[in-house]
Write a protein that binds this ligand. Structure first.
Ligand code: FAD
Length: 376
């Protein structure tokens, strides 16, 4: 069979490779001039530093098969994400750990003392939190909520935390020890040659032809295929017939400096008065080579509602979007010869490891259907 795969990010690359290995012919399209999707990395022509063009990406997973899968295509160096946060002019460590709690309250509490102290801080009258703000007040109390979450979350989502679902905060850990590893997954690292080298390597197969700088809309005028795997925006495939699904986008403001600008890869800015959410210094994402560079490159990150011509980053998924999404899903279910995959095709925030495991799972489902000669 011939498959057209729209998108050369992880979703597209992993499915393309699997189907090519099974003997199918694959045309992969991406309208951008590179593979890797939003994980794209490129050496800065001015400094040689590896830049994560659409925002920093750290690979972390608890899924051993996904970790083994990515190792087949590129070498990973160990990397631990240790995030710092500035609040009210002072610097702390994130996620909230025993160090954050002791520094913030000017104490030297043990784990048990801190646990009891935070229990006292928590707003006892909230028993079933209905939104982000109530969840935070219920978990950590007003002081830590105001310092670390209210302003940051408002900037990130453009909405007060009381308008956001509680589920966003449930994912953030509070630790009563000094473990400042942002992620708790056992496997964590960054590909030594960058993510784009990794996706290029996944796509490197004689049965795969990759067309960069080519949109699906272009392909429809010259190409023919038996089945489309579409990893672009779901609403765009259907020409926005039910309206536009809402996204947040990011603007990056570049800072060039000598030496070391902030001494670490990520510093979050929690106060609402500071318009950016964080500053990332990209050479620190590659500690194995950082000392080679005399210069440094940082980016201030600003979040805003995406307009029609902006890159879609974070799906908003509030009530209006969920209702619209349901209509798109119903339309997609009745459309033949196309399957939707990935963060844009399914309108969800997905980490890279989840993206890869979902793509591998989709391949298994396709194998089953192809074996039975059933359409999918
Ligand atoms: P994408 O990477 O978006 O790829 C889709 C591709 O389709 C794009 O290249 C696009 O150009 C192309 N396309 C779309 N429409 C068309 C069309 N009509 N024609 C042709 N091409 C088209 N995950 C982590 O695990 N760790 C992190 O640290 C992390 N950090 C992140 C930081 C930010 C700021 C963001 C937004 C996400 C982060 N993620 C992180 C998530 C990660 O980016 C996603 O898991 C991953 O990009 C999903 O891959 P994908 O292939 O589904 O989508």
């Amino acid at each position: 069979m011939h498959f057209c795969i729209v998108g050369a990010g992880f979703s597209g690359a992993v499915t393309a490779r699997h189907l090519a290995d099974r003997g199918h012919d694959i045309t992969v399209l991406d309208e951008r001039p590179h593979s890797g999707g939003n994980c794209h990395t490129v050496r800065d022509p001015r400094t040689g530093i590896m830049l994560h063009q659409y925002g920093p990406h750290i690979f972390h997973t608890a899924q051993k098969h996904v970790w083994q899968y990515v190792q087949r295509f590129g070498r990973f160096a160990p990397y631990i994400n240790r995030v710092k946060a500035v609040s009210q002019g002072r610097l702390y460590t994130l996620p909230i750990t025993l160090l954050t709690i002791n520094q913030f309250f000017g104490r030297t509490m043990s784990p048990a003392e801190a646990r009891a102290f935070i229990r006292q801080q928590a707003v006892q009258t909230i028993t079933e939190p209905r939104n982000f703000e109530e969840q935070a007040l219920h978990m950590i109390g007003p002081a830590l909520y105001e310092a670390f979450f209210r302003g940051y979350t408002t900037k990130q989502w453009g909405l007060p935390p009381s308008a956001l679902p509680a589920s966003i905060l449930r994912r953030l850990p509070v630790r009563f020890n000094y473990d400042d590893n942002y992620f708790s997954h056992p496997y964590q690292g960054i590909p030594v040659d960058g993510y784009t080298a990794l996706t290029d390597s996944i796509l490197d197969h004689p049965r795969i032809s990759v067309h960069l700088g080519t949109s699906f809309e272009d392909f429809q005028t010259w190409g023919q295929t038996d089945h489309v795997l579409y990893t672009g925006p779901l609403d765009r495939y259907f020409r926005f017939c039910h309206g536009r699904l809402g996204y947040r986008t990011l603007d990056f403001e570049r800072i060039d400096a000598e030496g070391d600008h902030q001494g670490t890869a990520v510093i979050n800015y929690c106060d609402e008065a500071i318009p950016y959410t964080r500053i990332t210094e990209h050479k620190h994402f590659a500690p194995w080579e950082a000392s080679r560079f005399n210069r440094t490159v940082c980016f201030r990150e600003y979040s805003r509602l995406a307009g029609p011509d902006d890159a879609p980053y974070y799906p908003i998924r509030l009530a209006t979007e969920t209702a619209m999404l349901d209509r798109y899903i119903r339309t997609a279910m009745t459309t033949e010869k196309v399957s939707f995959l990935g963060r844009l095709g399914t309108y969800r925030y997905l980490d890279m490891d989840v993206t890869i495991s979902e793509a591998l799972r989709a391949c298994q489902i396709m194998d089953d259907h192809l074996a039975l000669k059933k359409p999918f």
